[in-house]
Design a protein around this ligand. Structure first.
Ligand code: CA
Length: 418
């Protein structure tokens, strides 16, 4: 399967991927939807005007001329599949329709360097789970000791909390260090200060396609059809603010100052070849969380730190989405089992994805074990947590046979507190 557009072997965006995103031209233009191939963006609003999708469920509707993917995501799996077939056909080197239409290529194929990526969707609600057993065990061990690492509910419930969508930002957005209430260990009372223990959380999120109405559940065996695709997520976290505020209701200001996501949404169709069996679940989950299918995915995830002085990406963690204990279908089934409605564009994030080894932990908190073992950097400096001027980049990809289906990256630089 080859495109007439050049795709390098290590590109995240071959014909097998075709993720969706929203972009505008650097020289200025209204945001519209596109797909990525090699080092290029295909302007889907142009193909749409040309009638490329007229025979699909999209008909002649202007679905891709909009500044978000929500309309497309709301159409459901049959429409997504049809559009994917059209794109794989017209972008292939065997089909002359687009390949030989030089005039269309001039306006529809844009070098990635010439665009600015926007948030791919209007995200209405954002939920963050806590579904990596390794992460929950690490954090539990630090705060409650090895014996009580996992809370008694953890193996029965995909634990989560409601996050805040207003502060979800696209990759590349700079993040101001948050200030807040912090209680120093040696003090009776809290102080007000910039966070000193700023952290990243390596996560992935999925976006809801068609939602469910209030009072209706999404049974686990239907959950997949409500999931459009996935993005990389960095759930920035201020550990010192979190420690003081989180009891008894959970995370609040330690989390809601920023959540960064990658701009390209990789569809579940593109991820299909990388499905595998997830971790053994014991005790067996309640019936409503039991699915017939396997819903883990082999997605390699790397985290890089770039400091201002070294100015190069240093890999600080390598994890994999397949380590997740609770899978995306279990998360969605659980989220709606009480009749809670979801809407097109809602995002559900996985929780920090830590692997079994020390070099696969998904946060500074774990990598440095609360700052006890700082990360040594090549030029001699070290990091316990993230400092001003540091950039954290998460990359993710699935390795196919001779190609990769990648997510690109989610990146964010930390600026000093105001
Ligand atoms: Ca999180």
């Amino acid at each position: 399967m080859r495109s007439f557009i050049e795709v390098k072997p290590d590109s995240d965006f071959p014909l097998q991927n075709l993720p969706y995103g929203v972009f505008k031209l650097k020289i200025g233009s209204a945001p519209v939807c596109g797909t990525a191939i090699g080092d290029y963006v295909i302007d889907l609003s142009v193909l749409e005007k040309k009638g490329y999708f007229a025979k699909t469920l999209l008909g002649n509707k202007k679905i891709f001329s909009q500044p978000s993917l929500n309309s497309f995501m709301g159409l459901g799996r049959e429409a997504w599949k049809q559009v994917r077939v059209v794109l794989q056909t017209v972008l292939s080197d065997e089909n002359p329709m687009f390949r030989d239409d030089k005039d269309l290529q001039k306006i529809a194929i844009i070098p990635m360097n010439d665009v600015v990526m926007c948030l791919p969707a209007e995200i209405g609600d954002y939920t963050d789970f806590y579904s990596s057993k390794e992460h929950a065990t690490n954090v539990g061990t630090m705060f409650r000791g090895k014996e009580n690492a996992l809370m008694p509910n953890w193996l029965h419930i995909p634990i989560g909390y409601h996050g805040r969508s207003s502060s979800i930002v696209v990759s590349g957005t700079e993040i101001k260090r948050p200030k807040g209430q912090i209680k120093p260990a040696n003090s009776e009372n809290p102080i007000f200060s910039p966070s000193k223990l700023l952290d990243f959380e390596l996560e992935m999120g999925f976006l809801i396609g068609p939602g469910n109405s209030l009072g209706k559940v999404i049974p686990i065996d239907n959950a997949y059809d409500h999931i459009f695709g996935m993005v990389l997520v960095n759930d920035w976290s201020a550990r010192d603010i979190q420690t003081w505020e989180y009891q008894p209701l959970g995370p609040f200001l330690a989390k809601n100052f920023a959540t960064s996501i990658s701009p390209w949404v990789v569809t579940m169709e593109a991820l299909e070849p990388f499905k595998l069996k997830g971790p053994e679940q014991y005790p067996e989950p309640l019936e409503y969380l039991n699915s017939k299918d396997d819903w883990a995915y082999d997605i390699k995830l790397d985290v890089y730190l770039k400091t201002q002085s070294e100015n190069e990406n240093i890999k600080i963690s390598s994890s994999n989405f397949k380590y997740m204990y609770w899978n995306i279908c279990q998360q969605l089934a659980h989220h709606t089992i009480n009749g809670c409605n979801t809407r097109t564009g809602d995002m559900m994030a996985s929780g920090t994805i830590s692997g079994p080894t020390k070099d696969s932990y998904g946060s500074m908190l774990e990598l440095t074990w609360r700052g006890e073992n700082p990360i040594k950097l090549p030029c001699g400096s070290e990091r316990k947590f993230i400092e001003d001027g540091d950039t954290i980049t998460i990359k993710g990809y699935c390795e196919g046979n001779g190609y990769r289906v990648g997510f690109g990256e989610v990146s964010g630089k930390i600026l000093p507190a105001i």
